[in-house]
Ligand binder design. Sequence first.
Ligand code: ADP
Ligand code: MG
Length: 292
Amino acid sequence: SVPLSFFGGLGAASGQGILLKGSNYLEAMANLDTVVFDKTGTLTTGKFQVTSVDPLAGTKEELLELAAYGEFHSNHPIAHSVKEAYGKALDPSMVGAAEEIAGFGVKTSVYTQNKETELYIGNARLMERQGIAVNAADSMAGTTLYIADKNTYLGSVTISDTIREDVPQALKGLRAAGVKKLVMLTGDKPEVGKLVGEKLGLDEVHGGLLPGDKVGKVEELLTKKHKDAALAFVGDGINDAPVLARADVGIAMGQIGSDAAVEAADVVIMTDELTKLVDTILIARKTVGIVK
Ligand code: ADP
Ligand code: MG
């Protein structure tokens, strides 16, 4: 049976917009030694600014419009950012079915001049997969989105994200609460990941990961942590539901990307304040302390 004061702990947490799916997660949160973060939308805002648009032919406006149509059906933070940067209304009858390729980008059909064009928008890995040669330099600092039709490279859009304001404070709070290892995993380019990791003083950063690679990294970190302590993964649920499920404590927070994420998570934080993680640990410690 569950000691009564656990309900007090779960209740205190829910009053703060923190939902725990069981009292066992209170115990795990009271004793975390590794916290693994997804990058986009978790440590960064997920609101990318477009820093350059480089069409191979035609105008920047045309390429950005095409990119916005390419992202029409996508719920990824990158997709929202591109659509916002284009800023004009999109005609739903212009786009056909879309296929989201996790860790790569999206494939869509766009109808222009009475013909259907197969459109690809995503990273260098997606272009390579499609066998499309990209004659453009990958920007070091930014995230580059390549746009191509079935056979031809059409141009690129470079975007860049910023670190969430409350992240340094939240990380400091986690360290103060005794968390030993702070790790970031990202599907974005290793160079972008490295920059964010250095700014935040993280212990480990792994970039260029596909969703399955993120699971592998978490499994590796699980073998390295103290056996009586827990590992938490924190993400927004976009392309990271499998890792949320694999961690001792999967924490979904912010603009949670999907119902699958809410299902895969053990803890759901209803706001995007990362400092809520520290609050959760403190509530958990208080509750577990009372029980013991
Ligand atoms: P993160 O691990 O940083 O949260 P994801 O795993 O969601 O990132 O995505 C990894 C990479 O895949 C992105 O940096 C981007 O290059 C590409 N990508 C994913 N979804 C999209 C999309 N909708 N449009 C364009 N590129 C995308
Ligand atoms: Mg993500």
